[in-house]
Design a binder for this molecule. Structure first.
Ligand code: B12
Ligand code: SF4
Length: 559
């Protein structure tokens, strides 16, 4: 039986906890007396408690994050009652700030705030030795010298390497000060010594790992380090290799471009935070970015590299309006990232964004993940609408399932067959409720979804944002929920909205939709789409990459 159990509830099974492995790696001689037991938030606290109690540890260390704060509180309630003698130690970003307001703290024996790689080991030593005086309940971990830390990579097991997202880090901290982000508090930036780090990457590679996910906040900060890491992977190219980095968007000097350009399409993924394009909002939340350089870098990446670009925008920042967010979304669409993640602002514990609460009437949900509910410039209804927009955009835009057909929703009239425009002078731009084309034979009429879309956004009609918002409003009006929509139904819904309701030409839309359906290598086709199938061979996605990325890649390689 282990004396120490390190545990957490990950966001999903596929996410391995990197933080726990860091603590384990630095336990020194106590490591042989410790064990990691990981769970995910879809498991029931009662079942988790059963597994933890079976292990019968003396000390239980639990990693608390915004995604697991609720179930972890429930878990602790159970454990406290059944094992009052168990020493419970909490740590992680969620309990590192504003602990005095959290009921979970009352159930713990000790809380270590900040980076606890070394502090957890010291606490365990004290708790397991009878001689030491009782350590305090609240322990602020001194910022560790990362050069002195033992690296955790050999703690990834074979099943992690095969089935889970494996996180790695070459640096900690961020020099920027975006007020919504916890990393803005983690200054200064500290680099792990590069040689031992690359040795560890080599060992992971030797063990078969081909998908590396870097958690560094700003990978492209230190040019020399970024270059060496990129060169490391360039020297180990293989069809399965996939490397994810988080980048700042306005820094991509020639020395980095030269290496990036050498990677085959789909090998690199860059997650690029844009968050907002509104100058005033940016200044208000202390975020600095150069828009011209950002646009130039995006254009270069799309034209000269095969990098999969995943860009982030935030809804609900103080002072952001529906219109300013829409303009930002359209601007980003023009920069052509393969994915745009639309996230709702969260008021993370410890972040300075709260200084705007009074002036911008920021109201947040009191429960994790503390999403914004209403602001002076976006009321509850608007935010609810944008939350749906984000979900539907993810299903229909980011999924890569509709790369050819979806843009027709906001495309110009040039995409409509000229003969059709002439024969239907009533046809208006996207959003007009003109049902002009009958259902293709075989498409079940099922629940009739031919109501008019809402038209609150005349000002945004014609833009990608306006088009997707109108589509999202319509889906909502049909009672469609933003999850669990079977793929054939997605195709059917998109057809109905585009052709029946919005009046897009069926002869243009049908073939595009059929090609989208077949792009990932599907050989079948819904019967109602068969008339539009054409004779071209089925388009196959490259099988080696994660599904989403490969669908986008399939589309890019055809254009
Ligand atoms: C990987 C990751 C994820 C993964 C999940 C990983 C998992 N295990 O399940 C995914 C991609 C799903 C994810 C999602 C989200 N994430 Co995230 N994510 C990260 C990321 C990039 C890396 C975490 C990591 O490994 N860090 C490196 C390790 C070394 O640091 P660490 O985990 O903090 O661990 C140290 C300390 O916290 C402490 N510690 C940790 N565990 C324990 C346990 C004990 C007992 C002790 C004593 C100490 C301790 O010691 C560790 C070593 O120093 C961080 C940013 C970052 N770079 O840290 C954000 C971060 C953790 N995420 C964050 C957020 C806000 C989110 C989202 C809400 C974002 C969103 N979509 O809006 C979602 C929520 C998902 C959901 N379902 O609700 C915040 C967390 C805020 C909070 N209070 O928890 C972070 C810090 C980003 C930020 N800068 O704001 N995320
Ligand atoms: S949003 Fe990105 S750049 Fe800004 S503080 Fe957070 S990690 Fe750093």
């Amino acid at each position: 039986m282990p004396d120490i159990v390190l545990s957490t509830l990950n966001a999903k099974y596929i996410h391995a906890s990197f933080g726990l492995r860091c603590l384990m790696a630095n336990l020194g001689e106590l490591q042989s007396r410790a064990k990691i037991l990981e769970f995910d938030i879809n498991q029931r606290p009662l079942e988790i408690a059963e597994t933890l109690l079976e292990a019968a540890p003396k000390i239980l260390g639990l990693g608390v994050y915004v995604w697991n704060a609720g179930p972890t509180l429930e878990l602790l309630g159970i454990l406290r009652r059944l094992r009052p003698d168990l020493k419970i130690v909490l740590g992680g970003p969620e309990v590192s700030y504003e602990w005095d307001q959290q009921p979970i703290i009352g159930l713990a024996d000790h809380v270590i705030t900040g980076e606890a790689d070394l502090a957890f080991a010291s606490l365990c030593k004290s708790l397991l030795s009878a001689t030491d005086p009782r350590p305090p309940k609240l322990i602020a971990a001194p910022v560790p010298d990362v050069a002195a830390l033992a690296l955790p990579y050999d703690l990834y097991e074979a099943r992690d390497l095969e089935h889970r997202v494996v996180y790695v880090e070459a640096s900690r901290g961020c020099p920027f000060t975006c007020e919504f982000c916890l990393s803005s508090l983690e200054i200064p930036v500290r680099q792990f010594p590069l040689d031992p780090f690359l040795v560890a990457m080599q060992q992971l590679h030797d063990r078969g790992l081909r998908r590396f996910k870097f958690v560094d906040r700003t990978f492209n900060l230190n040019l020399a380090t970024s270059r060496r890491i990129l060169q490391f992977f360039l020297d180990r190219l293989s069809p399965e290799l996939f490397v994810h980095f988080e980048m700042i968007p306005d820094r991509l000097p020639a020395e980095l471009r030269e290496l990036i350009a050498q990677f085959p399409a789909g090998t690199l993924q860059f997650e690029v935070g844009i968050q907002t394009f509104d100058r005033e909002v940016e200044a208000r939340i202390s975020r600095r970015q150069n828009h011209d350089r950002l646009a130039d870098n995006f254009q270069w990446l799309r034209q000269h590299s095969g990098v999969h670009l995943h860009a982030d925008l935030i809804v609900g920042l103080p002072g952001e309006t529906l219109e300013s967010f829409g303009r930002g979304f359209d601007r980003l669409i023009h920069l052509r990232p393969q994915e745009i993640q639309v996230g709702i602002l969260k008021r993370l514990r410890g972040t300075p964004i709260i200084r705007h609460d009074a002036e911008w009437q920021m109201i947040y949900n009191p429960h994790p993940p503390y999403e914004v509910l209403s602001t002076r410039t976006m009321n509850f209804g608007t935010l609810a609408r944008l939350r749906r927009f984000a979900k539907f955009w993810d299903i229909f835009g980011n999924s890569g399932n509709f790369v050819e057909s979806l843009p027709l929703l906001w495309a110009h009239d040039s995409t409509v067959a000229p003969a059709h425009i002439e024969s239907n002078s009533e046809r208006s731009p996207i959003g007009d409720p003109v049902a002009v084309v009958p259902l293709p034979a075989g498409l079940s009429s099922g629940d009739t979804e031919t109501e008019s879309p809402t038209h609150e956004n005349a000002s945004t009609t014609g833009s990608a944002f306006g088009a997707i918002l109108a589509w999202s409003d319509w889906l909502h009006a049909q009672g469609v929920k933003g999850h669990g929509i079977a793929l054939p139904r997605q195709y059917e819904l998109l057809w109905r909205w585009s052709v029946e309701v919005s009046g897009i030409c069926a002869e243009v839309f049908g073939p595009a939709l059929a090609r989208d359906y077949r792009r990932p290598g599907r050989t079948d086709l819904p019967t109602w789409l068969i008339p539009f199938a054409g004779s071209e061979a089925t388009l196959r996605r490259p099988a080696r990459l994660p599904l989403r990325q490969s669908r986008h890649l399939g589309a890019a390689s055809e254009s």
